[in-house]
Design a protein around this ligand. Structure first.
Ligand code: GA4
Length: 328
């Protein structure tokens, strides 16, 4: 059981808001990747929600559950072993603190760069005697996620009629994986009737797309265009794709990066695994020329992914990180 000191509890009281979590997503756009119409359905979903679910994705379920099992094992290790992964600056093990600017959430996590050297090094730090099981599970999963992300991005590009050179811009390079563990609400919270315990506060992802998979525990919500928050029913056999800030800019606002958040469940742990596909570090983030209509101007100043990231790390989680790049 999780024991909370009064001090720790106070931090979370600030982050919990009484909101209606009963509102479920009316119809989640669900894309069967083998459907010949998938490309246009993806574009429609990205315009309307910045979010969709993919089925028939071709990722073996056994590979997914292998990483989920190893992730659960990792989070059940003694604290000092988890901390051997180092602090998440930017990669490592984090507990309740998110990012460098005071955000907190009811979770612990492991943030990993997708490079084999990094994964190997971190698995050795966690388990010097037996690093390979976790390492294989992570690397196999990353390999499948890369393929899935590229497949989805290619479908998006075709759906948007992106041609020639521009297509390469949707190629991703800095890739990383986030493994999250949201413990259930602690008993101390039950006393605060009608409040939600924030696992991960509202934010948009900075990257091009994020590929989210979770176990069957609820808690994930997205914000609709009208500002209403809706709960997304979990589905451990599918992936959820989230449009990130970079893709919003590349499409000059046609696609919207989706605001999302996670609340802790009353009884069950939530494990999620998110693969982030971002642009190359020194790449300019700008609308793809071939999708711009005649005379259409970019809504954004030109900036590189490096510049965005530098400013993102100065931001709070819920900040609109694109605001400073909007043309005035
Ligand atoms: C949000 C999306 C990803 O989880 C993440 C987060 C990152 C972090 O946890 O270090 C950030 C956040 C995220 C955006 C603003 C900064 C950086 C925490 C934070 C307050 C890994 C990412 O790429 O950006």
């Amino acid at each position: 059981m999780v024991v909370l000191s009064q001090l720790a509890l106070n931090q979370f009281i600030n982050t919990c808001k009484p909101v209606n979590t009963k509102l479920f997503f009316p119809t989640i756009p669900t894309i069967d990747l083998t459907n010949p119409d998938a490309k246009s359905l993806i574009v429609k979903a990205c315009k309307e929600f910045g979010f969709f679910k993919v089925i028939n994705h071709g990722v073996p379920l056994q590979m997914i559950s292998q990483l989920e099992d190893e992730t659960s094992k990792f989070f059940s290790l003694p604290q000092f072993i988890k901390e051997a992964a180092g602090i998440p600056k930017p990669f490592g093990y984090g507990n309740k603190n998110i990012g460098p600017n005071g955000d907190v959430g009811w979770l612990e996590y492991l943030l990993l760069s997708a490079s084999p050297e990094f994964v190997s090094q971190i698995c050795h730090s966690i388990s010097p005697e037996d690093p390979d099981v976790f390492r294989y599970a992570i690397m196999n999963y990353i390999a499948k996620m890369k393929k899935l992300a590229v497949r989805v991005l290619e479908m998006m590009a075709e759906g948007l009629n992106v041609k020639g050179e521009d297509k390469n811009v949707l190629k991703t390079s800095p890739l990383f994986l986030r493994l999250n563990h949201y413990p259930p609400k602690p008993d101390a919270f039950e006393a605060l009737n009608g409040t939600n315990l924030v696992g991960f506060g509202e934010h948009t992802d900075p990257q091009i797309i994020s590929v989210l998979r979770s176990n069957n525990t609820a808690g994930f919500q997205i914000s609709l265009k009208n500002g209403n928050w809706v709960s997304v029913p979990p589905d451990d056999n599918s992936f959820f794709i989230l449009v990130g800030d970079s893709l919003q800019v590349m499409t000059n606002g046609r696609f919207k990066s989706v605001k999302h958040r996670v609340f802790a469940d009353n009884n069950r742990s939530r494990i999620s695994m998110i693969f982030f596909a971002g642009p190359p570090l020194h790449e300019k983030i700008a609308p793809l020329p071939c999708i711009m209509q005649h005379g259409e101007e970019s809504f954004y100043e030109e900036f590189t992914w490096y510049e965005y990231k530098k400013s993102a790390y100065k931001s709070r989680l819920s900040d609109n990180r694109l605001l400073r790049f909007v043309k005035r």
